[in-house]
Design a protein around this ligand. Sequence first.
Ligand SMILES: NC(=O)c1ccc[n+]([C@@H]2O[C@H](COP(=O)([O-])OP(=O)(O)OC[C@H]3O[C@@H](n4cnc5c(N)ncnc54)[C@H](OP(=O)(O)O)[C@@H]3O)[C@@H](O)[C@H]2O)c1
Length: 312
Amino acid sequence: MTRVPFTASCSTSIHKCCLVNTINIGTTSLAAFPNSLALPFVPHTKATSVRRISVVAMSDLSKSTVLVTGAGGRTGQIVYKKLKERSDQFNARGLVRTQESKEKINGDDSVYIGDIRNTETLASPIQGIDALIILTSGVPKMKPGFDPAKGGRPEFYFEDGANPEQVDWIGQKNQIDAAKAAGVKQIVVVGSMGGTNLDHPLNSLGNGNILVWKRKAEQYLADSGIPYTIIRAGGLQDKEGGIRELLVGKDDELLQTETRTIARADVAEVCLQALKFEEAKFKAFDLASKPEGTGEPTKDFKALFSQITTTF
Ligand SMILES: NC(=O)c1ccc[n+]([C@@H]2O[C@H](COP(=O)([O-])OP(=O)(O)OC[C@H]3O[C@@H](n4cnc5c(N)ncnc54)[C@H](OP(=O)(O)O)[C@@H]3O)[C@@H](O)[C@H]2O)c1
């Protein structure tokens, strides 16, 4: 809990009676006043006339409360860490599925345990947030018995109840619906390039049609009326971020080039930057990067988002 100072219009100095308005504020503090950063006023008892006191949580004025779902995942945990590190800008929240995942990311009270297929577990983490970053995804499992020495291709399957229709469509839709009901101001979702091609190999993985269901959820988000940013990433790599020139594209055009991969850390950074710039809102785009050492590492995200012309 952080003790937050305030400004009061009733006095140049802070009177004792005003101190009742000093509030203890935690990650959900501003959630209590979702439509205004000005807290309720109280009359100044010493004054002859009642004057309005605008009490403003000064240190939290510019902070937004952001929930990342899939916070135990490979990209989700980078997003959660970045949000935590930028505590001057963000009140971080995470949603993971298990206590083990929570421990893995050193989660404190800001990490909730829930399942996006179960709407009841979404209400608390979403209540009072300003923005939602969706990093949940159906995860295919490799069928046992594959021996690389024998050649061939491994086979994959989705666990019962956890196929892309249930996770990438219904689960994403649940999150969007809950966010809309809670008045969330922006949703960032990470999807995948390849969605323009029904015959993309990812669709046959475990017969899951994963790109089809992801795309359906993206369309649902775009139609929701909530400001959104849809990031369709290229092949994800566990590499250092911030050292490559990022490329945005549309309609899977980047897949026809040599530059169709991106570091998870860069995707995570783009998620956070998307919360800062109007130019990122109501946009959907493909994301990849040039190889390290070619081009200039991207620093100007406003310019990056300004290049994007596509809304879906
Ligand atoms: N792999 C690639 O090359 C690639 C390329 C382009 C785009 N993408 C997309 O980029 C995104 C991030 O990928 P990633 O590899 O970083 O993700 P990831 O490590 O596979 O993480 C997915 C997360 O979703 C969570 N999740 C799954 N079902 C859930 C449920 N029912 N309720 C709550 N959480 C659930 C998982 O939780 P648990 O930890 O509990 O399992 C996991 O933390 C995904 O949408 C992926 O499809 C991937």
